[in-house]
Design a protein. Sequence first.
Length: 176
Amino acid sequence: MKILLSGPIGIGKSTVIARAIALLDDLRVAGLRTRPLLEEGTRLGYVLESLSGEQRVFAHVDWPGTIRLGRFGVRPEVFAELGVRALEEGLAAELAVIDELGLAEIDVAPYVRAVQALIAAPGHLLAVVQARAWPFWEARLCAPASSRRLEVSRTNRDELPHHIAGLLRLPPRRAR
């Protein structure tokens, strides 16, 4: 099963994923997450972290360059290197996780292909898709009919991890 989460910024999508993973602690999980790089409460950039623990900064306020994400300079090679490795680990896991699919990586062809490979693979996938990046990823994912898009809201975010865990306890369907 492929479960794609979306919702407003700050609604708790990453928390839902973390809680669902905790409920599925008997599954082999691999993939990646992004998180803010903070210093004394100030957001300086973003870190890409594999679930096996490797991490690299991919966006920073002090980086110049033509590739920008708001006020942050972006290093797309982090997605082409660490991101692709983490997603390839997801192919061998019972549950692949991507937290999150956004705009910083949309032009990184090897990364986009790795995401598409996870969608086509027979295993489970749990991913967050940024609302503003949804049109791009929706056009490229070609998610199977068995996939589900779930919107995270204040009213469902506490029960959603249990719902997701129940869905992922079902045997994965073979990709067609």
